[in-house]
Write a protein that binds this ligand. Structure first.
Ligand SMILES: [Zn+2]
Length: 269
């Protein structure tokens, strides 16, 4: 089945992974800007990273017939340094107009600190001013519920349009508050933390398929860039219809991304 992985950090994966993604049906990837495994020392480090995302990865993906898109931001972890955060925000407009950029992301919270909130809100304001799509990282484990509530409050305070925002890494206890507020949500399929394919399927059986996406969030740590394929396998094993699975792994991300005027996905014929 053709599928789109809406959240996969290919800068941290090998070219062999691109080949395995393509063989398993992946036709498009979106790659949010994130933490690079170490704290960068300057805004220039981010400028090079954004060039990597917008110039290098699309070519690497294209070798395997995969269309590659990206998102621009300073992530929550490095946003703890507000001065650096503001210097990086000043760089973002150079990249947001590039043809393969879908919007601002993954902005969000890591440890739910005041500094993280400051930089989150400044990037959200930039996105709203430019009418960009927004992709949001919610914190891990014990910080997730509180952080998700804080993010929903800030989105409401800024008047963000729910249909233009995807709140990612939702789990059983946060999916409903995100969906009830009208936002899109993403479930991340991680081997240990976040959702497994089985847990994600449980969430879909409880809350339905509207505005729901699934992703691998392949990154530097223990993660599986092919996890969406495992999700498809789990859904099939439970007897879900092919059309339902395709909606979750292909049509839903396509519908969300299609709101970006620069998105020019060509489905395989
Ligand atoms: Zn990520």
């Amino acid at each position: 089945m053709d599928y789109i992985d809406p959240h996969n950090h290919m800068v941290s994966r090998t070219t062999d992974d691109y080949e395995r993604l393509a063989r398993g049906g992946c036709v498009a990837i979106s790659e949010p800007a994130f933490w690079a495994g170490f704290d960068r020392g300057s805004a220039e480090g981010f400028r090079d990273y954004f060039r990597h995302l917008t110039e290098v990865e699309p070519k690497r993906a294209a070798q395997y017939g995969i269309q590659h898109y990206s998102w621009m931001c300073i992530n929550a972890k490095e946003a703890e340094d507000v001065k650096l955060g503001r210097e990086v925000i000043a760089v973002l407009p150079e990249f947001l107009d590039r043809p393969n950029v879908l919007g601002v992301g993954e902005i969000g919270l890591n440890k739910n600190t005041p500094n993280e909130c400051t930089i989150f809100e400044e990037q959200l304001a930039l996105a709203i001013e430019r009418d960009e799509l927004v992709l949001i990282h919610t914190p891990h484990l014990e910080d997730k519920y509180m952080g998700t509530r804080m993010i929903l409050d800030m989105l409401a305070a800024h008047g963000a349009k729910p249909e233009r925002v995807l709140v990612d890494h939702v789990e059983e206890h946060t999916a409903k508050i995100v969906l009830d507020a009208g936002f899109w949500c993403g479930m991340t399929l991680y081997p240990i933390t976040k959702c497994t394919p089985a847990r994600s399927t449980d969430v879909i059986e409880r809350f339905g398929t509207e505005r729901v996406t699934v992703n691998s969030a392949g990154d530097w740590g223990p993660s599986n860039p092919l996890a969406v394929q495992d999700f498809i396998f789990e859904m099939r094993a439970r007897g879900h219809a092919e059309a339902t699975i395709r909606k979750l792994v292909h049509d839903n991300p396509l519908a969300f991304f299609s709101q970006c005027k620069r998105f020019s996905f060509t489905p395989r014929s």
